[in-house]
Write a protein that binds this ligand. Structure first.
Ligand SMILES: O=C(O)CCC(=O)C(=O)O
Length: 296
């Protein structure tokens, strides 16, 4: 019954006004609606969220992260972590983590280390001596484990490294905090220690994590001369510092793998530190092994 009435009304108006007028009306309302919506969206783009609003947006995101997380195991975590990274290379496998640590954390590590620096040493191959390897690694450094750092900063950093590598903390060696002054460098080398060259090893270095503690004005890049395997020149001149160069940025992290998943050494993981040309370089290295560290 109602349906029939509506149909009659519709018929009445279109008959009375005529189809072209109805169409004109529709177009007019469409146009007005379109203009108003454009105006509103333009206006909104100029409005900056106020700090209180930002806070509530952040809280909302935090809640979303918590809501997005799954029920976890006894050793898992209750929320989703957001740790941004960039794949720098697949050959070797190298990842970059912007803002891995805060500026204050970096400064605190430097302050802890700078009173204990000694000339850096090297693992020696069979037949090598301290004299024969002079000039290979000219930085100063010191070793510190997370448990020795009473501020708790190295503990936090170590937890974060374990999270991004998914290799438990007790596979890591103590942090080696290094300072490079102008002209100082580390010639290209492998972190993995081949037992044929270095003698029997209890465990092998799988990966290395470098936390840059300072910016460097010029030079001081971490360099991977054989990246992608295109120019594998064994007579490589380290002074040229050619290859994939990673410029240190305070608070950023670099992770690369020395071993393939099958446990063999990735020949492309050869790396070093270019000489500092201007400024000073500070970096904390953590070598991560394939077995638990018995001294941990
Ligand atoms: O200082 C760097 O950029 C590289 C350090 C390094 O190669 C190492 O500690 O094994």
């Amino acid at each position: 019954m109602m349906k029939g009435n509506k149909g009659r009304h519709h018929h009445y108006w279109s008959k009375k006004l005529g189809l072209p007028v109805v169409l004109l009306f529709c177009s007019f309302f469409f146009l007005v609606g379109f203009l108003i919506s454009g105006f509103i969206s333009q206006d909104i783009s100029h409005v900056r969220p106020r700090p209180r609003l930002l806070k509530s947006i952040e809280e909302e995101r935090e809640r979303e992260r918590e809501n997005n997380s799954l029920s976890h195991g006894n050793t898992g975590e209750s929320s989703v972590s957001l740790i941004p990274f960039q794949v720098l290379s697949w050959k070797p496998r190298a990842l970059y983590f912007p803002s891995f640590a805060t500026s204050e954390q970096c400064e605190s590590i430097i302050n802890m280390a700078k009173v204990q620096l000694k000339p850096s040493t090297l693992a020696l191959r069979k037949g090598e001596t301290v004299e024969s390897t002079q000039g290979v690694r000219t930085s100063s450094g010191m070793f510190i484990s997370a448990s020795e750092d009473k501020t708790g900063i190295l503990d936090l950093i170590e937890q974060k490294i374990a999270k991004v590598t998914m290799i438990p903390r007790n596979h890591g060696e103590a942090f080696n905090v290094l300072r490079y002054e102008i002209g100082q460098r580390y010639q290209s080398h492998y972190d993995a220690l081949d037992p044929e060259e270095y003698g029997p090893q209890k465990s092998q270095r799988v990966a290395s994590f470098l936390l840059y503690l300072s910016d460097v004005e010029e030079g001081g890049e971490t360099v991977f001369p054989f990246e992608n395997g295109e120019y594998m020149d064994w007579n490589y001149d380290f002074k040229k510092c050619i290859g994939l160069k990673v410029k240190p940025r305070k608070g950023d992290g670099l992770l690369f793998y020395s071993l393939f998943p099958n446990g063999t050494v990735d020949q492309l993981s050869l790396h070093g530190s270019c000489p500092v040309i201007k400024g000073e370089k500070w970096v904390a290295t953590k070598w991560i092994r394939d077995r638990e560290n018995e001294f941990y």
